[in-house]
Design a protein around this ligand. Structure first.
Ligand code: ATP
Length: 464
């Protein structure tokens, strides 16, 4: 038969040995009586070092800091705190006071849970989360639904891009600067069978002529001063199996045009300073805002290269040729920049006409940049026409001479004029809002007033 005291001793030993947490038992003076064996890995000291020592001394030695036992002795109640240990670990320590029948503090038991791993995991998780956010943003940018398509013209292009994406034919995007040629080129790649392979974009106007060959074709080691020791593959080689997108191809110097044509015909590259031919397999997309046919006539662009590129020309119209897209794009950019800058700006209805009537010589890029500026600089939540650049502000007042009074449906009385404006605002709100409550918010009037006015003007909030 074992004595109860012996059994208790065995039980305590078993608990100390088997616990994942480190357990330390100290007396009423803070002298350590027992410690579990895992103290070596947490504190860097074994049981024999700790037992008999005061927690105050160990705190001074920075074996652990701060001491939870010392705090319990002071406060006479359970305490939880974070400790740093001599081995550089972060520990969550819980100190529990033990009182006798006379309510005297006789022991302090502390449980220390090593959080180092958890902290590291938290850091890793945080890093991964940031990376994920970054990639998510990149994916979002590339997603086809991030191309705003409202007008019939854009819808036609979108369908055509989808259709030609399935083939390997060379596509040439034409159109003014900023109309969205790059956006369509990327989307074409993303919808093509090569979508999981590289999309290599080369801005032909950004590479100096002297570097063009080495950038495009790569170079062998030591082929020129400043070249990397190991040599480097060119952009064409990097596009192998994927898509090579030559942006602003009209800027390509004539001497380079001949070299490029050779690669397009033979699908082989030789790195600068090398002799080995490397076969490349890429799909070619090009874009230009120049009139290549005219350049051919002027002898500035090679005719043979022009025909090579001109297999499927796709013309992306300027923004002024598809005004239906303007407001939709504006709303899209407003949402994008509200998110980016954590704002909650909205367009005051009176701004719409200004945006639609302006000619946008810089096309979608100009619109995008302007909205980013407005989101950052407008003083109020609502973005009013006054915040627009002067060139855009003046637009609604401009009445072209051929616009007759009847054409503009001029109201003959003030009441009629007010009603006409009211109806226009309602139609606009109905188009953009899903509920009459949203419309009320948008128009700055009450919801019952919205309902009343919808009825008065025969505007259907759901169908508009
Ligand atoms: N339909 C669209 N939907 C959403 N964003 C668009 C759309 N069209 C263009 N953009 C945006 O407008 C900006 C200009 O577009 P992009 O660079 O594709 O024009 P581009 O015609 O290739 O211009 P450049 O000839 O100067 O290279 C980009 O930030 C792009 O994301």
């Amino acid at each position: 038969m074992h004595r109860t005291a012996d059994v208790l001793e065995f039980e305590l030993d078993a608990i100390l040995k088997s616990s994942n947490d480190n357990i330390v038992i100290a007396d009423e003076n803070g002298i350590i009586l027992r410690a579990s064996p895992n103290c070596l890995s947490i504190y860097g000291k074994d049981v024999s070092y700790l037992v008999g020592k005061s927690v105050y001394q160990l705190e001074k030695e920075n074996v652990f800091c701060p001491s939870v036992t010392a705090r319990v002795l002071r406060e006479k109640k359970e305490v939880q705190l974070m400790q740093q240990t001599a081995t550089g670990r972060v520990v969550m320590a819980t100190g529990v006071p033990v009182f006798d029948h006379q309510n005297r503090l006789v022991r302090i038991i502390s449980f220390s849970h090593d959080l180092t791993e958890l902290e590291r995991l938290k850091e890793d998780y945080e890093k991964l989360r940031k990376q994920m956010e970054h990639y998510q943003m990149e994916i979002e940018e590339l997603k086809p639904e991030h191309i705003v398509i409202q007008s019939k013209a854009m819808e036609r292009i979108w369908k055509l891009v989808h259709r030609v994406a399935q083939s390997d034919a060379t596509v040439l995007f034409l159109g003014e600067s900023g109309v969205g040629k790059n956006v369509f080129a990327r989307s074409l790649h993303l919808h093509s069978p090569r979508r999981n392979e590289p999309f290599i974009e080369v801005n032909c106007s950004a590479i100096p002529e002297s570097l063009f060959e080495s950038e495009m074709f790569g170079y062998e080691k030591g082929s020129f001063t400043g070249a990397q020791k190991t040599g480097k593959p060119g952009l064409i080689e990097l596009a192998d199996k994927g898509t090579l997108f030559l942006d602003e191809i009209g800027e390509l110097p004539l001497s380079m045009q001949a070299k490029l044509l050779k690669v397009l015909q033979e699908k082989k590259v030789i790195r600068v300073g090398g002799i080995k031919e490397r076969t490349v397999n890429f799909r070619l997309i090009a874009s230009t805002n120049q009139n290549l046919a005219e350049m051919v006539k002027q002898g500035k662009f090679r005719q043979d290269l022009f025909y090579r590129l001109h297999v499927i020309p796709i013309y992306v119209p300027s923004l002024r040729e598809r005004k239906e897209d303007i407001f939709m794009l504006a709303q899209y950019f407003l949402k994008k920049f509200n998110q980016k800058y954590q704002m909650d700006k909205y367009f005051h209805p009176s701004i719409v006409d200004h945006l639609v009537q302006y000619d946008w010589p810089g096309n979608v890029r100009e619109l995008e940049n302007m909205i980013e500026r407005l989101v950052i600089t407008s003083e109020t939540r609502a973005i009013y026409p006054e915040y627009l650049p002067f060139s855009i502000q003046k637009y609604p007042e401009v009445i072209t001479p051929h616009q007759s009074l009847e054409k503009r449906n001029e109201p003959s009385t003030l009441k009629e004029a007010i009603e006409q404006v009211e109806r226009q605002w309602l139609l606009r709100a109905a188009k953009q809002c899903k509920t009459t409550y949203e419309m009320a918010d948008y128009l700055g009037i009450s919801q019952p007033t919205v309902v009343r006015k919808l009825k008065k003007y025969g505007v259907d909030s759901k169908t508009n």
